[in-house]
Design a protein around this ligand. Sequence first.
Ligand code: NDP
Length: 389
Amino acid sequence: MPRRVSIFGATGSIGQNTIDLIRRERERFEIIALTGGANVSQLTADARELGAQVAVTAHEDKLADLREALAGSGIEAAAGEAALVEAAERSADWVMSAIVGAAGLLPGMTALQHGTTLALANKESLVTAGPLLMAEAKTHGATILPVDSEHSAVFQALVGEDMAAVERIIITASGGAFRDWPLESLASATLAEASSHPNWDMGQRITIDSASMFNKSLEMIETKEYFGVEASQIEVVVHPESLIHAMVGFNDGAIMAHVGPPDMRHAIGYALNWPERRELPVNRLDLVQIGQLNFRAPDEARWPALRLAREVMETGGLAGAAFNAAKERALDGFIAGKIGFLAMAEVVEEVLARISAETGLSSAQITLDNVREMDHLARQRAEEVIGAS
Ligand code: NDP
């Protein structure tokens, strides 16, 4: 029986890599839903090629274009948030959650509530509503498979292991575009400079988040929520080669490291084939040619996002939702040229300070509604801070 698959965020970097893998073994998969945002032509081309049941654009004003492009294909066209949720309710065996930003939470949560295996690339889901997401998965007997390369690496290093024996989880960071820049130059870093990554080919937003280490800060929180460890057990190490993605340190002093090429098709393919391991079209590493691997401590003056992530983990509750929303707005501000590169962390820190009294809740008190309210509030506060800067 082919595996019934839906891809949320199909037109993005993760979505396209997922489609690349599916295309290579077409007969193993039946495509239920593909979703995108503004890129209707990519969505249409993929839906037609893969024979999807339904194609959904997040933007209601694109529905007419989508309908016209799919005319005669027999593929349903739909648009908007409710249509994304409806697509997530359709029976599937495996759903890829690869929408960028907090918008990915609701479709992913809906898939889990239907007991579907969720391949989770959308890191914002765990950052904003980790306890809720993990509880829903448990209640509905659904599996969450991490797709972020670091978390896929930890997941693989933990196969057959007992979490009680885990002392620490070490996630690596390339250091992004500005790893070796003089600190004093960072304030004037341009959008183009921040949008180029030394090792990984990813969407623009996550590439900029890599340069600021907001990406790593989200991953620290994701690690805590997904693997259920304490913040003090999570370490970040700068590893410029991006070949070791993560390591798990055990109570006998052993460290299990996951080593692989910087190609997202590895983590996506692992999740797509899980629990099997199948051949993947990624480069094989030549360790002799690589010669050496380097590691250094992350400099928190260069990357204040790492310190902010620790504060967010200490606070818990809705702090992750506030942190992510403020970060998304600050990133919008940087992309729009309203604030400088370093000001992104200043905006987030200021927003967290302004709403600190409202973020501290116990995990059990987190609901989809209060996550969304906090997301809204933090975005408003971020706009105010950006406006006043
Ligand atoms: P991209 O920006 O490349 O793609 C994002 C996808 O989401 C596109 O399909 C886009 O549609 C769609 N989208 C954008 N806004 C909305 C919205 N408001 N509602 C619904 N859909 C929307 O992102 P990436 O593929 O790089 O990243 C996706 C997720 O995976 C992110 O959470 C990221 O942090 C995470 N991730 C990415 C990695 C990578 O290598 N790229 C690695 C690990 C995690 P359209 O393009 O048509 O507008």
